[in-house]
Ligand binder design. Structure first.
Ligand code: RM4
Ligand code: MN
Ligand code: MN
Length: 410
């Protein structure tokens, strides 16, 4: 018998004896849905250098083929987010049909409003009416694309801000933003929503028009119910309590989605869970707490937003998906009754221990069992590595390059 099976038997027996519904936990884990980013499969880098990798996807079609590998081995990554114009194609219906042929759906459409000269002073907040119109038109084009590919999420990150004190009026920019986004919002069909991301700095370093969750929430509240806040884990100052922000947004019915990644310093876009898995777990702890509250309405899009610069891209995305699964699995093992009783009796130590006990659990055998029941191999990364896909695409797409074990020579 494979060793994880015995470990699973012991874990399941322990959980059942502590009153957990093991079958329910497995169902929750099987229903998990983590969207991966098209841009995670293509070459990317820093402002210093892009190290081109053999095997990196060169076209949107290749990005989808790679995303399909992540779904094939994890079973929980069935959709792919697109960035327009990075993923511009002539025929979106054809792209959508190709995705379907791979067992994928096209997910959030991200309008790119930060790479043209016209946007030097901003896009939706620009002082120039013609530039604002151009930015609105691009968002409207993205709404059309979303309709064509059957996606219900427009995911907006705004690079707008100012670089020098006095450059522009903060309040005028705020008014322009609400005005332009009102036009965008009005063009969305009732099934569609806009996810409004925030980030505290960069590319502007004096002010950012959507700099924190408060600014995003405020704008969403002005737009309407189908405007919700998107939390990118890299977009906060060091030390910010992201799980509390998540809890507040859940409570207001305005948590629209996540961009999962991890940071050491700022918007580092590292593999999710690679730096601070405890934070990711505590976020899932709040998500489950919200999901269990009948007074709360939640519809959250779980997406990865990473820039895979050094590691082989598909492997890095698989690592992220698995780390997100692990965080969710651990958070499902929090003894909620003990936690609540400890909180209400002021037993701070027991409350913390209850949370930490779940975090310390080894959920590998539980996830292996979940995968086995989905007809998957117990270890997605090992199964992907054994498949030979990477070697195949390296041969097809480029010169000899890297594999997981190091540089192979040019
Ligand atoms: C931003 C933000 C957006 C991403 C762009 C490229 O920092 O995270 O979500 O689309 O980068
Ligand atoms: Mn993001
Ligand atoms: Mn970012």
């Amino acid at each position: 018998m494979e060793s994880w099976k015995e470990a699973y038997r012991v874990l399941a027996a322990d959980l059942a004896s502590r009153g957990f519904d093991v079958e329910g936990i497995k169902k929750d884990l099987q229903a998990q849905w983590i969207e991966t980013p098209s841009w995670g499969y293509a070459d990317s880098g820093t402002r210093f250098k892009v190290f081109k990798q053999a095997g990196a996807a060169r076209t949107t079609f290749e990005k989808l083929a790679d995303a399909a590998q992540v779904h094939k081995y994890t079973g929980v990554a069935p959709s792919v987010a697109l960035h327009i114009p990075w993923d511009k194609v002539d025929d979106y219906a054809e792209l959508s049909a190709y995705a379907a042929s791979l067992g994928l759906k096209l997910g959030a459409i991200n309008p790119n409003l930060f790479q043209e000269d016209d946007y030097m002073l901003g896009s939706l907040c620009s002082p120039f009416p013609a530039v604002r119109k151009k930015a609105v038109d691009h968002c409207l084009e993205c709404i059309q694309i979303a309709k064509t590919v059957g996606s219900n999420n427009i995911s907006l990150w705004l690079a707008d801000g100012t670089s020098s004190p006095g450059q522009d009026s903060f309040r005028a920019r705020k008014h322009r933003l609400v005005e332009t986004l009102t036009e965008v919002y009005a063009a969305m069909p009732p099934s569609m929503r806009i996810l409004v991301e925030y980030k505290f700095f960069e590319p502007n370093f004096y002010s950012t028009d959507l700099g924190d969750w408060g600014a995003s929430l405020l704008v969403c509240q002005k737009l309407g119910e189908r405007a919700q806040v998107l939390v990118d884990l890299g977009h906060h100052a060091l030390g910010a309590n992201i799980e509390q922000i998540v809890a507040f947004l859940i409570d207001e019915g305005r948590l629209g989605g996540f961009h999962f990644n991890n940071k050491k310093f700022a918007d580092d876009d590292l593999t999710t869970g690679s730096i601070n898995p405890y934070e990711l777990f505590l976020i899932y702890n709040e998500l489950i707490d919200g999901a269990l509250d009948p007074a709360v309405k939640m519809d959250v899009a779980y997406m990865i937003d990473e820039s895979v610069n050094i590691k082989p891209k598909i492997e890095s995305v698989i690592q992220s998906v698995v780390n997100v699964q692990e965080a969710y699995a651990r958070a499902l093992l929090v003894d909620r009754k003990t936690l609540r009783d400890a909180q209400l009796s002021g037993d701070v130590v027991l409350a913390e221990e209850t949370v930490q006990r779940a975090f310390r659990a080894d959920v590998t055998p539980l996830l292996a069992q979940v995968r086995a029941e989905m007809g998957l191999a117990p270890d997605p990364l090992a199964a992907y590595r054994a498949s030979g896909y990477y070697q195949r695409v390296c041969a097809e797409r480029g010169k000899a390059g890297r594999d997981g074990s190091g540089y192979q020579g040019a």
